[in-house]
Design a protein around this ligand. Structure first.
Ligand SMILES: [Zn+2]
Length: 340
């Protein structure tokens, strides 16, 4: 890459950081064709069909470091790269990378340097928020059948239209083994939203979309049993519970500004860590609880005698009889539970 080109890239990057500050609000509001089209009789003005596409294939990766800028193209075909789109990807200051090949390329622990982060979902200059599809929530964020479920499932019919939640840029639009046909959109509020199990993808990586714009059709592809939309909200790669922020019945945001803390992630959203902690706690309760509160319980087996049970459990016949209120002469029953 020539020095001139690097110079242009850095200038474009700096301009993109100042973002919409110099873009007139009227232009931004007028372009919202989908989210604010509340009158059903009013036909939306057609898009000019032009798509801002970062690259034709899905193998572009851009890394931006405070002072170093690097672009990695798998085929070295720089002619296909629209420099402006690449460097003005949403939340570039937060993510410092734009990866259109890897579904989840970020490690929250590495990206999240502070104890908390404030997220402003929509600004007045945005096209707002639009629920991707209004339907019944059939499965929530949480531990499900021995695995984490990082999304909110919304019931739909195959072919129903699914829209983008906020304005943004499509980062992923491809087929994945578990997500099926999946679209991931990066938003300038710092979030990424995931739309999985689609029957058809109607956007491509690098394309800019606005809230409510149709990005695909609902379906049952990937690891899915029955048509539904699997919708995720992620912040720096960490899945967060969308139901904490969105009223799925009304299709609106609960609050426009939220604070995400490290503690939230540890106590609510890091499902694998939570699950293993709970499992550990449960085992601890079983062990300590049984000894301190109830004592160890022994189930009488075939051929047992009080003497043998006492010997095996390092106690005495007298102690067992006293604990269980039984006489030494009383015969034991098979399956009888004795406190030791
Ligand atoms: Zn799901």
């Amino acid at each position: 890459m020539s020095i001139n080109k690097i110079g242009i890239l850095i200038v474009v990057m700096m301009l993109s950081l100042t973002g919409s500050a110099f873009t007139p609000n009227s232009i931004l509001l007028n372009r919202c064709l989908f989210a604010n089209n509340s009158n059903p009789d009013e036909k939306p003005i057609k898009d000019d069909g032009k798509k801002k596409v970062a690259k034709k294939d899905d193998t572009t990766r851009v890394s931006v470091n405070p002072s170093i800028l690097s672009i990695v193209n798998n085929d070295d075909d720089e002619e296909n790269v629209e420099v402006d789109s690449l460097l003005s990807f949403p939340s570039n200051d937060l993510y410092a990378s734009w990866d259109t090949a890897t579904i989840h390329p970020y490690s929250f622990a590495q990206c999240f340097k502070k104890d908390s982060a404030s997220i402003v979902f929509t600004e007045p200059t945005d096209c707002g928020f639009k629920l991707p599809f209004i339907g019944n929530v059939t499965s929530e964020f949480g531990w499900r059948k021995k695995r984490p479920h990082y999304g909110t499932d919304i019931d739909l019919e195959t072919g129903d239209t699914v829209g983008s939640a906020f304005d943004g840029m499509v980062r992923i639009a491809k087929l994945n083994r578990s997500y099926g046909n999946v679209v991931i959109i990066r938003h300038k509020n710092g979030l990424e939203t995931v739309y999985a199990h689609l029957s058809k993808i109607l956007v491509e990586a690098g394309q800019t979309v606005e809230a409510g714009q149709i990005i695909g059709l609902g379906g049952n592809t990937g690891h899915s049993f029955g048509s539904h939309l699997h919708f995720e909200m992620r912040y720096l790669g960490q899945a967060i519970d969308a139901e904490d922020f969105v009223d799925f019945e009304k299709g609106i945001l609960k609050n426009n500004t939220v604070l995400i803390t490290k503690a939230d992630v540890e106590t609510k959203y890091d499902l694998r860590a939570l699950h293993s902690r709970q499992k550990k706690d449960l085992n601890l309760t079983r062990v300590t609880g049984s000894k301190s509160k109830y004592g160890k319980v022994y189930k009488v087996k075939n051929g047992d005698t009080l003497g043998r049970i006492a010997q095996r459990n390092h106690t005495t016949i007298k102690a067992i009889c006293k604990k269980n209120g039984i006489k030494q002469s009383k015969p034991l029953r098979l399956g009888q539970k004795l406190k030791i």
